[in-house]
Design a protein around this ligand. Structure first.
Ligand code: CU
Length: 163
């Protein structure tokens, strides 16, 4: 676990981006061809929280996710869980391309948002605003509810990598 967190922290330091960097962009959904489903954040007593959702590109063109923002956190990164030489860790992605018709799942043990330093106390029942920014200038905003793992899965057996 110590090595895993070290990898994560290293990735964070490489990719640190102030959340305000895109705050002056228009806060509107500029496309109806990107759909979001199953957004949620596991409740956790942590300054680093995961975020999950499913993104489908229903357009006929590839889109590239280049930035993720939330007013509830100081920074948000795109991470992917990886296993390198038998050791689980994660890497930060600068961008993520989604092919026409492709569905990308952010889910435990896979792609996830790494949402750091919440600006307010968060708990079950809260809702977090999330904005995705794409390389073509498109934006997509949605709401991510905070849920306990028990509420999400019906058991506490699915443990995340940050707990
Ligand atoms: Cu991560």
């Amino acid at each position: 676990m110590r090595a895993l967190l070290a990898v994560c922290t290293f990735a964070i330091s490489l990719a640190m981006t102030p959340w305000v960097s895109g705050a002056d962009r228009e806060d509107v959904d500029s496309t109806s061809e990107l759909t979001i489903a199953d957004a949620w954040q596991p409740d956790a007593p942590s300054l680093v929280r995961a975020g999950y959702f499913t993104l489908t590109n229903t357009s006929s063109e590839e889109v590239t996710l280049v930035e993720v923002m939330s007013s509830a956190f100081e920074s948000v990164e795109i991470h992917r869980s990886v296993v390198v030489e038998g050791i689980a860790g994660m890497e930060a992605l600068d961008r993520l391309s989604i092919s026409p018709g492709e569905t990308v799942k952010f889910e435990p043990e896979s792609l996830h948002l790494m949402m750091q330093k919440p600006k307010r106390r968060l708990g079950e029942g809260d809702h977090i605003d999330v904005a995705l920014v794409f390389g073509n200038g498109a934006t997509k905003s949605f709401t991510m509810p905070v849920k306990t793992r028990r509420a999400k899965y019906g058991s506490a057996s699915h443990e995340g990598h940050h707990e």
